[in-house]
Structures are given as C-alpha cells and as structure tokens.
Design a protein around this ligand. Structure first.
Ligand code: ZN
Ligand code: ZN
Length: 149
C-alpha cells in the first residue's frame, strides 16, 4: 500500500517521471495522504488555502492529474458531478452518504472474489473496477432521529 509516501519519495517519483516538484504540488499530495475523507478538488483547495493562500484551484487540479498519472492517487466516481480523490490507490469499495456527501471506505468486502467471478462469467481481462454504495451515514441517521423526536 502506498498511502503516506514521504515527501522525499514523492519528489523522487515525480522527478523520475519528468514532472516538476513544487512545494504546492507536494502539499496537495500531503493533505490527501493524511485524510480518509475522499475530498473533491474544491474541498482540497479550500483546505490548502490555509497553508498557501495564493494557490489556485487550477494548480490543485493539475497536481491531482499528475499524481493520478503516476499512480499515487486515484480518482473516484461516486455518482456525483465532481470526482473524489484518494491517496489509497488499492482497489477498494466506497460508500457515500446521500444526505451530507461523506464518502467512507468499505474495508471487508471480498472484491478479489468478485473480480474472479466477473472474469469467469464474461471472459474479460479486468483492468480495473470500482464499487460504490450509497445510503445514509450514521451521523445523518442520528440527526434525523433527533429531529423526529
Ligand atoms: Zn451523512
Ligand atoms: Zn477510499
């Protein structure tokens, strides 16, 4: 698992692939590697503005694109207009709250079993997969119960 590569390792990997390394670029990865919240580019940008008040959203997008292309970050489509980003690049299922938009990892599904079954059934050679579920998160369920009371 590649979550939490050190800045030195990220720098080396970017250089090796011919990308420029800037403090802002490293910060994008760093924030992403330290969250399990699967932020969108916009949410990441807001957080990064605390450290880099002049950082543009375009810089965040461009950095994310580079990190995706070198395999340090994965782009997730969880059924929204904008993508979410995850520094955990292993294939793993996600669940999204339809009410607050929170996205969590689902850790215990036997996705290797699913993949094998899909290949057996369809004869496809799998190159990737995404699973996502949706529902109401525990916090939102609580809030709704409280409202009803
Ligand atoms: Zn929720
Ligand atoms: Zn995830």
């Amino acid at each position: 698992m590649r979550v939490g590569l050190k800045p030195k390792e990220v720098t080396a990997l970017l250089r090796e692939r011919g990308f420029k390394v800037t403090p802002q670029r490293l910060a994008v990865y760093n924030v992403l590697a330290h969250t399990t919240e699967h932020p969108s580019a916009e949410v990441l940008h807001k957080e990064l503005l605390t450290y880099y008040p002049t950082m543009s959203l375009a810089t965040v997008y461009k950095s994310l694109k580079i990190f995706c292309s070198v395999g340090l970050v994965q782009e997730l489509n969880v059924g929204e207009d904008s993508f979410r980003y995850d520094a955990n690049v292993a294939a793993h299922p996600h669940i999204r709250c339809m009410h607050c938009g929170r996205v969590d990892d689902v850790k215990t599904l036997p996705t290797e079993v699913f993949s094998r079954q899909v290949m057996e059934e369809t004869g496809y050679q799998l190159t990737g997969q995404q699973y996502y579920f949706y529902g109401l998160c525990p916090t939102c369920q609580q809030a709704m119960l409280a409202q009803e009371a």
